[in-house]
Design a protein around this ligand. Structure first.
Ligand code: PLP
Length: 429
Protein backbone atom coordinates (compact mmCIF):
# COMPACT_ATOMS: atom_id res chain seq x y z
CA UNK A 1 0.00 0.00 0.00
CA UNK A 2 1.23 3.50 -0.81
CA UNK A 3 0.52 6.48 1.48
CA UNK A 4 -2.41 7.44 -0.73
CA UNK A 5 -4.01 4.07 -0.17
CA UNK A 6 -3.34 2.57 -3.60
CA UNK A 7 -1.16 -0.43 -4.36
CA UNK A 8 1.89 -0.20 -6.59
CA UNK A 9 -0.02 -2.23 -9.16
CA UNK A 10 -2.87 0.28 -9.15
CA UNK A 11 -0.46 3.15 -9.63
CA UNK A 12 1.32 1.35 -12.47
CA UNK A 13 -2.01 0.62 -14.11
CA UNK A 14 -2.90 4.33 -14.03
CA UNK A 15 0.45 5.26 -15.54
CA UNK A 16 0.07 2.61 -18.23
CA UNK A 17 -3.42 3.77 -19.09
CA UNK A 18 -3.06 7.55 -18.87
CA UNK A 19 0.66 8.24 -19.21
CA UNK A 20 2.63 10.93 -17.44
CA UNK A 21 2.69 13.60 -16.11
CA UNK A 22 -0.35 12.59 -14.12
CA UNK A 23 -2.19 13.59 -10.99
CA UNK A 24 -3.63 10.47 -9.46
CA UNK A 25 -6.30 10.72 -6.75
CA UNK A 26 -7.95 8.25 -4.42
CA UNK A 27 -11.45 9.48 -3.67
CA UNK A 28 -11.83 7.02 -0.80
CA UNK A 29 -9.25 9.05 1.10
CA UNK A 30 -11.18 12.26 0.39
CA UNK A 31 -14.33 10.64 1.69
CA UNK A 32 -12.66 9.31 4.86
CA UNK A 33 -11.11 12.68 5.62
CA UNK A 34 -14.37 14.51 5.18
CA UNK A 35 -16.29 11.98 7.27
CA UNK A 36 -13.69 12.18 10.06
CA UNK A 37 -14.14 15.96 10.19
CA UNK A 38 -17.93 15.78 10.06
CA UNK A 39 -18.04 13.21 12.87
CA UNK A 40 -15.48 14.87 15.13
CA UNK A 41 -16.27 18.56 14.97
CA UNK A 42 -18.89 20.02 17.33
CA UNK A 43 -22.39 20.21 15.87
CA UNK A 44 -22.30 24.01 15.53
CA UNK A 45 -19.43 23.68 12.99
CA UNK A 46 -19.89 23.02 9.29
CA UNK A 47 -17.14 22.05 6.86
CA UNK A 48 -16.92 24.26 3.80
CA UNK A 49 -14.62 22.62 1.27
CA UNK A 50 -12.02 25.18 0.12
CA UNK A 51 -11.94 24.74 -3.65
CA UNK A 52 -8.60 26.51 -4.00
CA UNK A 53 -6.99 23.32 -2.66
CA UNK A 54 -8.32 21.30 -5.58
CA UNK A 55 -11.27 22.30 -7.76
CA UNK A 56 -11.43 19.12 -9.82
CA UNK A 57 -15.15 18.61 -10.52
CA UNK A 58 -15.18 14.96 -9.54
CA UNK A 59 -13.59 15.64 -6.15
CA UNK A 60 -15.90 18.60 -5.51
CA UNK A 61 -18.95 16.62 -6.57
CA UNK A 62 -18.09 13.83 -4.15
CA UNK A 63 -17.76 16.33 -1.32
CA UNK A 64 -21.03 18.03 -2.20
CA UNK A 65 -22.71 14.60 -2.15
CA UNK A 66 -21.22 13.91 1.26
CA UNK A 67 -22.80 17.05 2.65
CA UNK A 68 -19.97 19.58 2.57
CA UNK A 69 -20.62 23.24 1.84
CA UNK A 70 -18.08 25.18 -0.26
CA UNK A 71 -15.68 28.09 0.03
CA UNK A 72 -14.70 29.84 -3.20
CA UNK A 73 -12.41 32.73 -3.94
CA UNK A 74 -13.13 33.55 -7.57
CA UNK A 75 -15.97 33.38 -10.06
CA UNK A 76 -14.21 30.38 -11.61
CA UNK A 77 -14.33 28.51 -8.33
CA UNK A 78 -17.95 29.56 -7.81
CA UNK A 79 -18.92 28.10 -11.20
CA UNK A 80 -16.91 24.95 -10.38
CA UNK A 81 -18.76 24.63 -7.07
CA UNK A 82 -22.17 25.03 -8.74
CA UNK A 83 -21.29 22.56 -11.50
CA UNK A 84 -20.26 20.09 -8.79
CA UNK A 85 -23.61 20.20 -7.07
CA UNK A 86 -23.08 22.62 -4.19
CA UNK A 87 -26.16 24.73 -3.50
CA UNK A 88 -25.52 28.46 -3.94
CA UNK A 89 -26.86 29.04 -0.43
CA UNK A 90 -24.13 26.74 0.94
CA UNK A 91 -21.27 28.68 -0.62
CA UNK A 92 -19.14 31.38 0.96
CA UNK A 93 -17.18 33.76 -1.27
CA UNK A 94 -13.87 34.90 0.25
CA UNK A 95 -10.73 36.65 -0.90
CA UNK A 96 -9.39 40.11 -1.64
CA UNK A 97 -10.01 42.03 -4.86
CA UNK A 98 -13.35 40.61 -5.89
CA UNK A 99 -14.40 42.36 -9.08
CA UNK A 100 -17.84 43.94 -9.43
CA UNK A 101 -18.63 41.40 -12.14
CA UNK A 102 -17.77 38.56 -9.76
CA UNK A 103 -19.90 40.10 -7.03
CA UNK A 104 -22.77 40.67 -9.45
CA UNK A 105 -22.71 37.05 -10.67
CA UNK A 106 -22.34 35.65 -7.15
CA UNK A 107 -25.33 37.63 -5.87
CA UNK A 108 -27.38 36.82 -8.99
CA UNK A 109 -26.72 33.11 -8.38
CA UNK A 110 -27.96 33.44 -4.81
CA UNK A 111 -24.67 32.90 -2.97
CA UNK A 112 -25.10 32.26 0.74
CA UNK A 113 -22.38 34.49 2.17
CA UNK A 114 -19.87 37.02 0.93
CA UNK A 115 -16.86 37.79 3.10
CA UNK A 116 -16.18 41.49 2.62
CA UNK A 117 -12.57 42.57 2.90
CA UNK A 118 -12.99 46.34 3.23
CA UNK A 119 -15.65 49.01 3.61
CA UNK A 120 -15.28 49.81 -0.11
CA UNK A 121 -16.08 46.22 -0.96
CA UNK A 122 -19.06 46.28 1.42
CA UNK A 123 -20.37 49.36 -0.41
CA UNK A 124 -20.00 47.63 -3.78
CA UNK A 125 -21.84 44.55 -2.49
CA UNK A 126 -24.55 46.84 -1.13
CA UNK A 127 -24.94 48.68 -4.46
CA UNK A 128 -25.13 45.46 -6.44
CA UNK A 129 -27.58 43.86 -3.99
CA UNK A 130 -29.73 47.01 -4.26
CA UNK A 131 -29.73 46.81 -8.07
CA UNK A 132 -30.80 43.17 -7.85
CA UNK A 133 -33.40 43.92 -5.19
CA UNK A 134 -31.99 41.53 -2.57
CA UNK A 135 -30.42 41.74 0.86
CA UNK A 136 -27.05 39.97 0.90
CA UNK A 137 -25.68 38.16 3.97
CA UNK A 138 -22.06 39.09 4.64
CA UNK A 139 -19.19 38.43 7.02
CA UNK A 140 -16.49 40.99 7.72
CA UNK A 141 -12.93 39.72 7.44
CA UNK A 142 -10.77 41.05 10.26
CA UNK A 143 -6.99 41.34 10.39
CA UNK A 144 -6.41 40.46 14.06
CA UNK A 145 -3.80 42.19 16.23
CA UNK A 146 -2.51 38.80 17.33
CA UNK A 147 -1.02 35.85 15.51
CA UNK A 148 0.39 32.67 16.93
CA UNK A 149 4.13 32.48 16.57
CA UNK A 150 3.78 29.80 13.94
CA UNK A 151 1.29 31.58 11.74
CA UNK A 152 2.38 31.72 8.12
CA UNK A 153 3.22 35.42 8.17
CA UNK A 154 5.01 35.36 11.52
CA UNK A 155 7.08 32.26 10.79
CA UNK A 156 8.96 34.19 8.13
CA UNK A 157 10.02 36.92 10.63
CA UNK A 158 12.28 36.86 13.64
CA UNK A 159 10.07 37.17 16.69
CA UNK A 160 10.51 36.65 20.37
CA UNK A 161 9.43 33.10 21.31
CA UNK A 162 8.04 34.07 24.74
CA UNK A 163 4.32 33.90 24.14
CA UNK A 164 2.38 31.74 21.80
CA UNK A 165 -0.17 34.47 21.05
CA UNK A 166 1.32 37.91 20.81
CA UNK A 167 1.19 41.13 18.83
CA UNK A 168 2.75 40.56 15.46
CA UNK A 169 6.11 42.21 14.96
CA UNK A 170 6.62 42.11 11.27
CA UNK A 171 6.35 43.97 8.01
CA UNK A 172 4.29 47.13 8.39
CA UNK A 173 3.58 46.26 12.04
CA UNK A 174 1.05 43.63 11.10
CA UNK A 175 -0.47 45.31 8.08
CA UNK A 176 -2.25 42.91 5.80
CA UNK A 177 -4.06 42.96 2.50
CA UNK A 178 -6.70 40.75 4.11
CA UNK A 179 -9.66 42.23 5.94
CA UNK A 180 -9.93 45.36 8.07
CA UNK A 181 -7.64 45.92 11.05
CA UNK A 182 -9.07 44.73 14.33
CA UNK A 183 -8.77 48.24 15.76
CA UNK A 184 -11.08 49.52 12.97
CA UNK A 185 -13.61 46.68 13.05
CA UNK A 186 -16.04 48.30 15.46
CA UNK A 187 -16.21 51.53 13.44
CA UNK A 188 -16.50 49.68 10.13
CA UNK A 189 -19.36 47.58 11.49
CA UNK A 190 -21.07 50.75 12.73
CA UNK A 191 -20.83 52.10 9.19
CA UNK A 192 -22.37 48.85 7.86
CA UNK A 193 -25.68 49.94 9.40
CA UNK A 194 -25.93 52.58 6.63
CA UNK A 195 -25.81 49.83 4.01
CA UNK A 196 -29.43 48.69 3.87
CA UNK A 197 -28.90 45.89 1.37
CA UNK A 198 -26.33 44.10 3.51
CA UNK A 199 -27.14 41.79 6.37
CA UNK A 200 -24.16 41.40 8.68
CA UNK A 201 -23.94 37.83 9.95
CA UNK A 202 -20.51 37.56 11.49
CA UNK A 203 -16.77 37.71 11.11
CA UNK A 204 -14.01 35.86 9.30
CA UNK A 205 -10.47 35.54 10.65
CA UNK A 206 -7.83 33.29 9.10
CA UNK A 207 -4.13 33.52 9.88
CA UNK A 208 -2.65 30.03 10.28
CA UNK A 209 -1.72 27.55 7.60
CA UNK A 210 -0.79 23.86 7.56
CA UNK A 211 -0.78 23.56 11.37
CA UNK A 212 0.00 20.14 12.84
CA UNK A 213 -0.25 21.09 16.53
CA UNK A 214 -3.90 21.70 17.33
CA UNK A 215 -3.03 23.90 20.32
CA UNK A 216 -1.76 26.50 17.86
CA UNK A 217 -5.01 26.59 15.91
CA UNK A 218 -7.00 26.68 19.14
CA UNK A 219 -5.06 29.72 20.37
CA UNK A 220 -5.90 31.54 17.20
CA UNK A 221 -9.55 30.46 17.13
CA UNK A 222 -9.99 31.36 20.81
CA UNK A 223 -8.79 34.82 19.91
CA UNK A 224 -11.43 34.96 17.16
CA UNK A 225 -14.14 34.04 19.68
CA UNK A 226 -12.88 36.79 22.02
CA UNK A 227 -13.07 39.37 19.22
CA UNK A 228 -16.56 38.17 18.30
CA UNK A 229 -17.73 38.39 21.93
CA UNK A 230 -16.46 41.93 22.16
CA UNK A 231 -18.16 43.02 18.93
CA UNK A 232 -21.36 41.32 19.95
CA UNK A 233 -21.31 43.07 23.33
CA UNK A 234 -20.90 46.33 21.41
CA UNK A 235 -24.21 45.54 19.70
CA UNK A 236 -23.12 44.07 16.37
CA UNK A 237 -25.21 41.09 15.24
CA UNK A 238 -22.43 38.50 15.14
CA UNK A 239 -23.79 34.98 14.94
CA UNK A 240 -21.42 33.28 12.45
CA UNK A 241 -17.71 32.78 13.03
CA UNK A 242 -15.64 31.77 10.01
CA UNK A 243 -12.23 30.44 11.06
CA UNK A 244 -10.84 29.81 7.56
CA UNK A 245 -8.70 26.68 7.18
CA UNK A 246 -5.31 25.73 8.53
CA UNK A 247 -5.51 22.08 9.62
CA UNK A 248 -2.22 20.57 8.49
CA UNK A 249 -0.95 17.26 7.18
CA UNK A 250 2.58 15.88 7.63
CA UNK A 251 4.62 16.03 4.43
CA UNK A 252 6.91 13.21 5.48
CA UNK A 253 6.68 9.87 7.24
CA UNK A 254 8.03 11.22 10.56
CA UNK A 255 5.84 14.11 11.81
CA UNK A 256 2.77 13.24 13.86
CA UNK A 257 -0.59 13.70 12.19
CA UNK A 258 -2.98 16.41 13.38
CA UNK A 259 -4.88 15.13 16.43
CA UNK A 260 -8.39 15.65 15.13
CA UNK A 261 -10.21 14.08 18.06
CA UNK A 262 -8.27 16.19 20.59
CA UNK A 263 -9.05 19.27 18.55
CA UNK A 264 -12.75 18.35 18.37
CA UNK A 265 -12.89 17.89 22.15
CA UNK A 266 -11.27 21.25 22.86
CA UNK A 267 -13.49 23.02 20.36
CA UNK A 268 -16.57 21.54 22.01
CA UNK A 269 -15.40 23.00 25.34
CA UNK A 270 -14.60 26.34 23.73
CA UNK A 271 -18.11 26.72 22.33
CA UNK A 272 -19.77 25.36 25.47
CA UNK A 273 -18.05 28.15 27.41
CA UNK A 274 -18.74 30.90 24.83
CA UNK A 275 -21.33 33.40 26.05
CA UNK A 276 -23.16 33.38 22.69
CA UNK A 277 -24.40 30.49 20.53
CA UNK A 278 -22.24 30.84 17.43
CA UNK A 279 -22.59 28.94 14.17
CA UNK A 280 -19.13 28.18 12.79
CA UNK A 281 -17.64 27.79 9.34
CA UNK A 282 -14.43 25.84 8.77
CA UNK A 283 -13.05 26.33 5.27
CA UNK A 284 -10.99 23.17 4.95
CA UNK A 285 -8.92 22.32 1.90
CA UNK A 286 -5.57 20.69 2.63
CA UNK A 287 -6.76 18.31 5.34
CA UNK A 288 -9.43 16.82 3.10
CA UNK A 289 -7.60 16.32 -0.18
CA UNK A 290 -3.83 16.54 0.34
CA UNK A 291 -3.14 12.92 1.15
CA UNK A 292 -5.63 11.77 -1.46
CA UNK A 293 -3.43 12.72 -4.38
CA UNK A 294 0.02 12.27 -5.86
CA UNK A 295 1.86 13.70 -8.82
CA UNK A 296 3.54 11.25 -11.17
CA UNK A 297 6.17 12.04 -13.77
CA UNK A 298 8.70 10.11 -15.83
CA UNK A 299 12.45 10.61 -15.78
CA UNK A 300 13.55 11.93 -19.19
CA UNK A 301 17.13 12.93 -18.46
CA UNK A 302 19.87 12.50 -15.88
CA UNK A 303 22.93 14.73 -15.77
CA UNK A 304 25.62 16.18 -13.53
CA UNK A 305 26.65 19.80 -13.19
CA UNK A 306 29.61 20.71 -10.98
CA UNK A 307 29.17 17.51 -9.03
CA UNK A 308 25.40 17.96 -8.55
CA UNK A 309 23.12 15.28 -9.93
CA UNK A 310 20.01 16.49 -11.80
CA UNK A 311 17.07 14.23 -12.51
CA UNK A 312 14.80 15.82 -15.11
CA UNK A 313 11.20 14.67 -15.42
CA UNK A 314 8.54 15.30 -18.06
CA UNK A 315 6.66 17.75 -15.81
CA UNK A 316 7.60 20.73 -13.68
CA UNK A 317 6.32 23.87 -12.04
CA UNK A 318 3.61 24.27 -14.69
CA UNK A 319 2.12 21.11 -13.14
CA UNK A 320 3.24 21.40 -9.52
CA UNK A 321 4.60 24.58 -8.00
CA UNK A 322 5.66 24.64 -4.38
CA UNK A 323 6.84 27.86 -2.79
CA UNK A 324 10.33 27.76 -1.23
CA UNK A 325 8.69 27.19 2.18
CA UNK A 326 6.95 24.09 0.82
CA UNK A 327 9.84 22.67 -1.24
CA UNK A 328 10.63 20.01 1.34
CA UNK A 329 7.11 18.67 0.88
CA UNK A 330 8.24 17.36 -2.50
CA UNK A 331 10.85 15.18 -0.82
CA UNK A 332 8.05 12.84 0.19
CA UNK A 333 8.31 10.69 -2.89
CA UNK A 334 9.00 7.29 -4.30
CA UNK A 335 10.49 5.92 -7.47
CA UNK A 336 8.32 3.04 -8.61
CA UNK A 337 9.99 -0.35 -8.15
CA UNK A 338 13.15 1.25 -6.72
CA UNK A 339 11.90 2.53 -3.39
CA UNK A 340 14.23 0.43 -1.23
CA UNK A 341 17.34 2.38 -2.25
CA UNK A 342 16.86 6.12 -1.62
CA UNK A 343 20.52 6.87 -1.01
CA UNK A 344 21.77 9.53 -3.39
CA UNK A 345 21.18 13.25 -3.15
CA UNK A 346 19.93 14.92 -6.34
CA UNK A 347 17.87 17.83 -7.64
CA UNK A 348 14.56 16.87 -9.16
CA UNK A 349 13.76 19.36 -11.91
CA UNK A 350 11.19 19.86 -14.64
CA UNK A 351 11.27 20.43 -18.36
CA UNK A 352 10.51 24.16 -18.49
CA UNK A 353 13.25 26.38 -19.88
CA UNK A 354 13.65 28.38 -16.67
CA UNK A 355 15.85 27.85 -13.61
CA UNK A 356 12.83 28.23 -11.32
CA UNK A 357 11.54 24.93 -12.63
CA UNK A 358 12.92 22.85 -9.77
CA UNK A 359 10.50 20.47 -8.07
CA UNK A 360 12.85 19.87 -5.15
CA UNK A 361 16.52 20.28 -4.28
CA UNK A 362 18.63 17.87 -2.21
CA UNK A 363 16.23 14.99 -2.37
CA UNK A 364 17.29 11.40 -1.74
CA UNK A 365 16.77 9.30 -4.86
CA UNK A 366 17.92 5.80 -5.79
CA UNK A 367 21.48 5.66 -7.08
CA UNK A 368 20.19 3.40 -9.84
CA UNK A 369 17.56 5.89 -11.05
CA UNK A 370 17.38 5.79 -14.83
CA UNK A 371 15.62 7.40 -17.77
CA UNK A 372 12.12 5.96 -17.99
CA UNK A 373 11.71 5.51 -14.24
CA UNK A 374 8.48 6.78 -12.69
CA UNK A 375 8.67 9.29 -9.84
CA UNK A 376 5.66 9.64 -7.61
CA UNK A 377 5.43 12.68 -5.30
CA UNK A 378 3.02 12.06 -2.43
CA UNK A 379 0.62 14.53 -0.80
CA UNK A 380 -0.15 16.51 -3.91
CA UNK A 381 -3.94 16.32 -3.68
CA UNK A 382 -4.07 19.86 -2.25
CA UNK A 383 -2.37 22.84 -3.85
CA UNK A 384 -0.96 20.56 -6.54
CA UNK A 385 -2.83 20.96 -9.82
CA UNK A 386 -4.42 24.19 -8.62
CA UNK A 387 -1.20 25.63 -7.33
CA UNK A 388 0.73 25.12 -10.50
CA UNK A 389 1.74 28.31 -12.18
CA UNK A 390 -1.15 28.11 -14.64
CA UNK A 391 -4.17 26.79 -12.78
CA UNK A 392 -4.28 28.50 -9.42
CA UNK A 393 -7.78 29.60 -8.40
CA UNK A 394 -9.38 29.07 -11.83
CA UNK A 395 -8.76 32.57 -13.04
CA UNK A 396 -8.89 32.31 -16.80
CA UNK A 397 -5.60 32.49 -18.69
CA UNK A 398 -4.69 36.08 -19.52
CA UNK A 399 -5.01 37.49 -23.00
CA UNK A 400 -1.90 38.48 -24.96
CA UNK A 401 -1.65 41.46 -27.24
CA UNK A 402 1.23 42.74 -29.37
CA UNK A 403 2.19 45.61 -31.54
CA UNK A 404 3.07 44.43 -35.08
CA UNK A 405 4.47 47.10 -37.34
CA UNK A 406 2.75 49.72 -35.22
CA UNK A 407 -0.58 47.85 -35.18
CA UNK A 408 -2.00 46.55 -31.92
CA UNK A 409 -3.22 42.98 -32.30
CA UNK A 410 -4.69 40.38 -30.02
CA UNK A 411 -2.36 37.39 -30.27
CA UNK A 412 -4.13 35.18 -27.75
CA UNK A 413 -7.74 35.54 -26.69
CA UNK A 414 -8.45 35.66 -23.00
CA UNK A 415 -9.16 32.19 -21.62
CA UNK A 416 -12.62 31.34 -20.42
CA UNK A 417 -13.77 29.57 -17.29
CA UNK A 418 -15.05 26.76 -19.50
CA UNK A 419 -11.46 26.01 -20.55
CA UNK A 420 -10.92 24.49 -17.13
CA UNK A 421 -13.64 21.93 -17.62
CA UNK A 422 -13.21 20.85 -21.23
CA UNK A 423 -10.89 17.91 -20.50
CA UNK A 424 -12.51 16.77 -17.26
CA UNK A 425 -14.90 13.87 -16.89
CA UNK A 426 -17.32 14.28 -14.03
CA UNK A 427 -17.49 10.77 -12.58
CA UNK A 428 -20.26 10.12 -10.10
CA UNK A 429 -20.68 7.16 -7.76
C1 PLP B 1 -9.75 32.18 2.86
C2 PLP B 1 -9.22 30.77 2.88
N1 PLP B 1 -10.02 29.79 3.35
C3 PLP B 1 -9.60 28.51 3.38
C4 PLP B 1 -8.34 28.15 2.95
C5 PLP B 1 -7.96 26.69 2.97
O1 PLP B 1 -7.04 26.43 3.95
P1 PLP B 1 -6.50 24.94 4.21
O2 PLP B 1 -6.12 24.36 2.91
O3 PLP B 1 -5.37 25.18 5.13
O4 PLP B 1 -7.58 24.17 4.85
C6 PLP B 1 -7.47 29.14 2.48
C7 PLP B 1 -6.12 28.80 2.04
O5 PLP B 1 -5.30 29.60 1.70
C8 PLP B 1 -7.93 30.50 2.43
O6 PLP B 1 -7.15 31.49 1.97
Amino acid sequence: MQPLGLSQREVEQAVLQYGTPLYLYNLDVVEKRYQALAETLPSNCRVYYALKANSNLTICHRLSQLGAAAEVSSLGELIAALKSGFEAQSIVFTGPGKTSQELWDAIAKGIGLIVVESFNEAQRVNDIAKQQGVRQDVLLRINPCFRTLNSCEVKACSVDEKDRLKPIQMNGQGSSKFGVDEEEADAVLDAFTTLEYLQLKGIHIFTESNVLDYAQLLDSWRNTVTIANRLRQAGHPISILDFGGGIGVPYNSVDAAFDLSGFGRELTTLFAEAPYPYTCILEIGRYIVCEAGCYIAEVVDIKYSKGQKFVIVNGGVHNIYRTPAMQNASKYLQVLEKDADMSQSATLAGQLPTPIDVITKDVQLPESIAIGDIVMVYNCGAYGFNHSLTNFSLHPYPAEAAYLQGQLKLVRSRGTIEDFFTHQHLVTV
